[in-house]
Design a protein around this ligand. Structure first.
Ligand code: HAM
Length: 436
């Protein structure tokens, strides 16, 4: 209703402009908090390098097929959440809802596995899912992720889990737990799926509408349901760990014993199936109690068939991704966000308009010498400029007052102790000596 009124107002009177709000489920990252994002990205970049992972960037949109073919037709992401549109060339395009499929597309397309049979890659960027926004859940959100392609061995599963734990702890998160499960090989999953279908078919009256629909298309997804109506049936459902074949059991046992040796605690969670269909063998999720309903800070697992599905040679792989908004929410609640108050080195204060050129020249010289320098662009009074310097947390002010300029000088004021000195304004080296 409100929108209709404002729309007709603007139609009748073209001089009334209404403020356009951002799209629901998206957030602006303002200068006050962008420091937190840089802190996390820098920290994660340096930890990824220590583990030998290289950064990969892909386009924000892909052909829809990349995600359709891999994430699974019967998943919520593909069914309900993808931002898909037909572009002007009549091609179906999707804003990436996750990175794994896009990264595999890039690895295959660029022949990266031919250059090196082991590819260890990380990424950081925005992703898009049309979900119901709530705390920790947005329509545009950000993920850090790492993927290790080429190794079938449990050591690579453990490296990914260790990396995930290391990143989360280094960022300052404490109360989290790692849930672990195995989805086994294709054969063991098929057998389990049959058994699960049989079991849930005998319980249809106890299931929610959504779960009844999933029974036909993807019964494993029922285990993921948060609907209280499904809880009792899920609690007594057969568990996949009883259906693992020998190879799957050996892989899972090896992952667990590597984790035990590394002293990494985990909880075996047989109901953990994850929301994407490409997983096999190891799956894991990292949950944090501070997050409320959206308690998963990150998750991942093995995906041995995905590379072949996207046209590459059969290649085993494992990876994980973490939600940055959720991570920052936890750090904010813990009070462990680093201070993001920025400071500058120098603020140049000018009393008289005719000295503005001098200020500009000095600012250029200082910036070229690596000194962060600001000057007043609003032609304010000296008092207001000093207030601005304080707001910007300036270490020094360089003051071009009329009397100083007449004598070829400027005043250097140290803002921490208010000490003042006069310096010839054409002697940049002397100024640099004083402020460095
Ligand atoms: P995912 O579990 O769908 O996995 O997403 C990983 C993390 O991204 C979640 O644990 C959560 O922290 C964050 N996340 C997901 N959706 C949202 C949202 N709407 N708003 C805020 N945060 C969100 C994947 O995406 C897989 N690609 C992970 C992976 C990598 N598996 C193997 N390699």
């Amino acid at each position: 209703m409100a929108n209709t009124i404002s729309a007709s107002l603007t139609l009748n009177n073209p001089f009334i402009f209404i403020m356009i709000q951002s799209v629901k489920g998206t957030k602006d990252i303002l200068p006050d908090s962008v420091g937190y994002w840089n802190f996390i990205e820098d920290l994660f970049r340096s930890i990824s390098q220590k583990y030998g992972y290289g950064e990969l960037r892909t386009p924000i949109f892909e052909k829809t097929e990349v995600f359709h073919r891999t994430i699974g037709e019967a998943t919520d992401i593909v069914n309900k959440e993808m931002y898909t549109f037909i572009d002007k060339g009549n091609e179906s395009i999707t804003l990436r809802p996750e990175m794994t499929a896009a990264l595999v597309r890039a690895v295959v397309q660029n022949g990266m596995m031919n250059q090196n049979p082991l590819q260890k890659l990380w990424y950081f960027g925005p992703f898009f899912r049309y979900e119901r926004p709530q705390k920790g859940r947005q329509r545009q959100f950000h993920q850090y992720g790492a993927e290790c392609l080429g190794s079938p061995n449990p050591e690579s599963d453990v490296e990914i889990i260790t990396l995930a734990k290391d990143l989360i702890e280094s960022a300052g998160v404490r109360n989290f737990k790692i849930l672990l499960n195995s989805l086994g090989s294709k054969a063991s999953r098929a057998q389990y799926r049959d058994e699960l279908t049989r079991y849930f078919s005998s319980k249809t009256s106890e299931l929610s509408d959504d779960s009844r629909t999933r029974l036909g298309s993807n019964p494993l997804r029922i285990l993921d349901s948060k609907d209280p109506k499904d809880a009792a049936a899920i609690a007594h459902a057969p568990v996949i760990l009883d259906f693992l074949d020998e190879e799957s059991r050996n892989h899972f046992d090896a992952v667990k014993s590597f984790l035990d040796t590394a002293g990494i605690e985990y909880e075996i969670t047989p109901q953990l199936v994850r929301g994407l269909d490409y997983y096999c063998h190891t799956v894991f999720e990292i949950q944090c109690e501070h997050l409320g309903a959206q308690n998963a800070i990150g998750g991942g697992g093995r995906y041995n068939d995905l590379i072949e599905q996207l046209g590459g040679k059969p290649t085993p792989a494992v990876g994980f991704a973490m939600g940055i908004e959720r991570l920052l929410l936890i750090l904010e609640q813990n009070g462990s966000l680093p201070t993001s108050r920025q400071s500058i080195d120098v603020y140049i204060i000018t009393q008289n308009e005719k000295h503005r050129l001098l200020s500009q020249k000095l600012a250029s010289g200082l910036r070229k010498a690596g000194i962060s320098t600001q000057l007043d662009l609003l032609r304010r009074s000296m008092k207001a400029q000093i207030r601005d310097a304080n707001r910007l947390n300036a270490r020094f002010c360089l003051i071009f007052g009329d009397s100083e300029v007449e004598r070829g000088c400027l005043t250097l004021k140290n803002m921490s102790d208010s000490e003042q000195k006069e310096i010839p304004f054409d002697n940049l080296d002397l100024i640099l000596n004083e402020i460095r």
